[in-house]
Design a binder for this molecule. Structure first.
Ligand code: 7PM
Length: 278
C-alpha cells in the first residue's frame, strides 16, 4: 500500500535533490548521471524509499518553472526506477510534474503543499498513488519571516492536516494511501519545531502514518549554537531516532547509513521489551 510500510519498523526515506546548487553544474546529462549515482548510494546504505525533488523549497528560494522541474526529476526517476527495486517518491506540488513523474516510475507523491495547488488534488486522485501531505505555514519565499501560531502549534498543525485529509477524501483519494507530516522548518521557529517534535505522539490520533523530516535542518543548528549544516549529522540521527520512538513511520534523511544503524539498535531493544511485556 504505502511504500515500505507493510512492515512495522520505521522506514528510511533517502533525500535526492536534483537542483543546480546540489549537483555539479556541468549540464543536464552530468546532473542526471550524478543524481542517479547518489540515488544508488542511498539504496546501498539501506534507504527504503528515495525521494526525488527538483524544486528547492529552501526558505527564500526562487520558484522553479514546470518545464525546469520536469526536466530535472523525470530523467532521474526514469533511470533510477529501472536500476533499483525500492520505491521512488517525487517531491513536488505541481500536478503537471506529478503526472510525468508517476509515468516515469515514481510510486508516491511527497507534497510540501499538501495538494493545495490548483489541480493537484485531482491529479493525485487520478494517479491513485500514495501521497504525503505536509503542513507549511506560508510559502517558501516568506515562510520564515512571520511564523505565527495562537498557542498550541501541535493542535493547529493537526487541524490543518485533518482538513487536508478531509479534502483528499472528498476528492476521491483513498485515505489508506495518505501519510501526514508536520513539516519541520516550514513556517516554524525553533520553539514551534521543538513543540512539534516533543509532541509528535499526538499526531498519531489522526490515524495515518507520520513522516518526519528534520535532517540537517536549521532547528538542529540552533539547538547546537548556530552549528552549520555540515556538522549536524549526529543531531540529525538523534532527532530521527526520537521521531521513530515517538511514532514516525518514516524519516526523511540525507545521512541514510547512520540513521539505519541507529534505528537497528532501537529495534533490537524494542524487540526485547516486546517479548518481556506482551
Ligand atoms: C533547504 C532547506 C533545502 C530545507 C531543502 C529543505 C521536507 C520535505 C523538504 C519535510 C517532507 C529539506 C528541505 N523538507 N518533505 N521536503 N517533509 N515530506 O531539508 O520535512 O530537505 S525540503
Amino acid at each position: 500500500m504505502l511504500p515500505g510500510l507493510s512492515s512495522n519498523r520505521c522506514q528510511v526515506m533517502g533525500i535526492l535533490n536534483v537542483t543546480p546548487d546540489s549537483f555539479s553544474d556541468g549540464g543536464r546529462y552530468i546532473q542526471v548521471r550524478d543524481a542517479v549515482e547518489q540515488g544508488l548510494k542511498l539504496v546501498a546504505e539501506g534507504a527504503d524509499v528515495i525521494d526525488v525533488g527538483g524544486e528547492s523549497t529552501r526558505p527564500g528560494a526562487t520558484p522553479v518553472s514546470v518545464m525546469e522541474e520536469i526536466d530535472r526529476v523525470v530523467p532521474v526517476i526514469a533511470a533510477l526506477s529501472k536500476a533499483v527495486s525500492v520505491p521512488i517518491s517525487v517531491d513536488t506540488s505541481k500536478p503537471e510534474v506529478m503526472r510525468p513523474a508517476v509515468a516515469a516510475g515514481a510510486c508516491m507523491i511527497n507534497d510540501v503543499r499538501a495538494l493545495r495547488l490548483p489541480g493537484a488534488l485531482e491529479a493525485a486522485a487520478a494517479l491513485g498513488v500514495p501521497v504525503c501531505l505536509m503542513h507549511m505555514q506560508g510559502e517558501p519565499a516568506t515562510m520564515q519571516c512571520n511564523a505565527h501560531y495562537k498557542s498550541d502549534v501541535v493542535g493547529e498543525v493537526m487541524d490543518f492536516l485533518a482538513q487536508r485529509l478531509a479534502a483528499c477524501r472528498a476528492a476521491g483519494l483513498d485515505e489508506q494511501k495518505l501519510m501526514i507530516d508536520p513539516g519541520f522548518g516550514f513556517g516554524k521557529e525553533l520553539p514551534h519545531n521543538l513543540s512539534l517534535l516533543a509532541g509528535l505522539d499526538r499526531l498519531k490520533t489522526l490515524n495515518r502514518p507520520i513522516l518526519v523530516g528534520v535532517s540537517r535542518k536549521s532547528m538542529l543548528g540552533q539547538i547546537l549554537g548556530q552549528r552549520p549544516a555540515a556538522g549536524r549529522q549526529a543531531a540529525s540521527v538523534a532527532a530521527a531516532l526520537w521521531a521513530a520512538v515517538h511514532g514516525a513511520a518514516m524519516v526523511r534523511v540525507h545521512d541514510v547509513a547512520p540513521t539505519v544503524d541507529a534505528l537497528r539498535v532501537w529495534q533490537a531493544l524494542a524487540a526485547v521489551r516486546a517479548r518481556a511485556e506482551p
